[in-house]
Design a protein around this ligand. Structure first.
Ligand code: FES
Length: 101
């Protein structure tokens, strides 16, 4: 039998002090009102990238978004979580410099 590993997608939204200062709480709320079946929305502590927030990390593929605005969440949900196409314009350049040119 051909068994496929199907790891569940999870979105981590940093709620550390720095990211909250830039509106991470509103970003978390925006993800919660745009729920996608099978995708877990998880607030988390500091992701070690303070000053670039609100930071959002999509697992298991390890795609990072920085300076995410609540208004941009619906685009991440539609394009990345539903269509598997990360939103290049708001990827975190430190980890995705090859994708943002
Ligand atoms: S507080 Fe969000 S990365 Fe540190």
């Amino acid at each position: 039998m051909n068994q496929q590993s199907n790891q569940a997608k999870k979105v981590l939204i940093c709620q550390g002090r720095s990211c909250r200062k830039y509106g991470a709480e509103r970003v978390l709320i925006a993800f919660r009102v745009n729920l996608v079946p099978g995708v877990e929305i998880t607030p988390c502590g500091c992701l070690g990238q303070c000053g670039n927030g609100p930071m959002v990390l999509v697992e298991p593929e390890q795609i990072w978004y920085s300076e995410v605005l609540p208004d941009e969440v619906s685009l991440i949900v539609k394009q990345h979580l539903k269509q598997q196409r990360p939103v290049k314009e708001i990827l975190y350049p430190k980890f995705h410099s090859d994708c943002t040119e």
